[in-house]
Design a protein around this ligand. Structure first.
Ligand SMILES: C[S@@+](CC[C@H](N)C(=O)[O-])C[C@H]1O[C@@H](n2cnc3c(N)ncnc32)[C@H](O)[C@@H]1O
Length: 365
């Protein structure tokens, strides 16, 4: 992927990357951090305060479509939906699809973030871009404040810092909140805009985006082409009879099955078999796995869901961990159990079961 060397102002830099949908692939790298945080984005080069870092790229959808998707997405996908206000309306960048874009991998830091999300208008469409809040050294993780207050990992962070990777029952992650990614979006085009042009944010509910007006980089009319009017955007939405914008305006929507398939990420800590209090499900899952002989199971393919009590027992010890099962002659199987912060009460028992089966199958040696 080509990288544009910065010759412009940060805002021009952001617009140049946003319009081409490219990242600074030579300046940034994705690294796996740990089982708690997953992946993160890191600077490979130093950045100066104010620099454009990366776009939070995804599909631009209306708030109505955002609500609809939240109703059907797995909770691991909804966390990638970023709501923001633009032209007196709520919009959402849906970055749930696993593409190669880097912005979607930036983690939250509400205490010492080094970047800030700002709204940038390029070719008439809003983009969400991260800009450095301070100088950033090579090797530093790129972070920003997701906003809000109820993100489950913030409550768990202290526990994770002190505890070993082997989780106790007290450390079972809290059920994820269904909250939206709160857009602490600043309007980068603000310097040249009057308050009429960038209206005050309405008072949205706590779950919704806080769009802040700030003075930031100056956007001239050459830098940002005219935005279509709200009514124009609304008209297009109505014309299509759908909540998503037409394909000229935004990329194709990812299919739900693809999104669901992408929710199976995990990482694990090792737990010896002695540490697992009860593992009745291992043999049961193994049996089911062998029965189907498939890599993934649809709900139709699972002949019988485990009973609720069984699920509850699994739930008691299911966390992010692996269990090593010695099968003789120096061979062992490693069972990997998927549980992350986003697997909680909002996931049906059946979904949890399917997730576990899939993961076990995927990781079975
Ligand atoms: C937009 S994604 C960021 C990329 C993610 N780490 C990954 O590997 O795909 C948001 C998810 O990252 C994790 N995350 C973000 N910030 C975190 C933090 N400060 N501590 C722990 N987990 C975090 C949470 O699981 C959250 O659902």
């Amino acid at each position: 992927m080509a990288t544009i060397r910065r010759r412009n102002t940060p805002l021009k830099d952001a617009i140049a990357h946003a319009t081409r949908a490219i990242d600074k692939a030579r300046e940034l790298e994705v690294k796996y951090i740990n089982s708690f945080k997953g992946r993160g984005l890191f600077a490979k080069v130093p950045y100066q305060k104010g620099d454009f870092i990366v776009e939070y790229r995804g599909e631009l959808i209306s708030s109505q479509e955002s609500e609809r998707r939240r109703g059907i997405y797995h909770s691991k996908c909804t966390v990638f939906m970023f709501d923001f206000c633009w032209k007196e309306r709520m919009w959402c960048i849906d970055a749930a699809q696993e593409d190669d874009s880097l912005g979607r991998l930036v983690n939250d830091d509400h205490i010492y973030p080094n970047c800030k999300m700002k709204r940038v208008i390029a070719e008439g469409k809003p983009h969400l871009c991260l800009f450095a809040l301070r100088d950033i050294k090579a090797g530093e993780e790129i972070t920003y404040d997701y906003g809000g207050s109820d993100w489950p990992w913030r409550k768990q962070a202290k526990v994770q810092e002190t505890a070993s990777d082997t989780l106790s029952s007290e450390e079972v992650p809290q059920s994820p909140s269904p909250s939206k990614m709160q857009a602490k979006v600043q309007n980068t085009a603000a310097d040249t805009m009057s308050s009429e042009e960038v209206p005050q944010s309405p008072s949205f509910s706590e779950m919704q985006a806080k769009t802040q007006e700030t003075s930031a980089d100056t956007l001239s009319s050459e830098e940002a082409p005219q935005s279509p009017s709200v009514s124009e955007m609304q008209a297009k939405t109505q014309e299509t009879g759908a909540n998503t914008l037409s394909s000229e305006e935004v990329p194709q929507s990812p299919s739900l099955s693809h999104m669901q398939a992408k929710t199976q990420e995990t990482s694990a800590d090792t737990l010896s078999s002695e540490e697992v209090p009860q593992s009745p499900s291992v043999s049961e899952v193994q049996a089911k796995t062998q029965e189907t002989g498939a890599d993934t199971l649809s709900s139709e393919e699972v002949p019988q869901s485990p009973s609720l009590s069984h699920m509850q027992r699994m739930w008691m010890y299911m966390r992010t961990m692996t269990v090593e099962q010695h099968v003789g002659q120096g061979h062992k199987r490693v069972w990997m159990y998927l549980t992350t912060a986003s697997m909680g009460q909002h996931v049906s028992h059946k979904s949890v079961w399917l997730n576990v089966i899939r993961l076990k199958m995927a990781r079975l040696h």
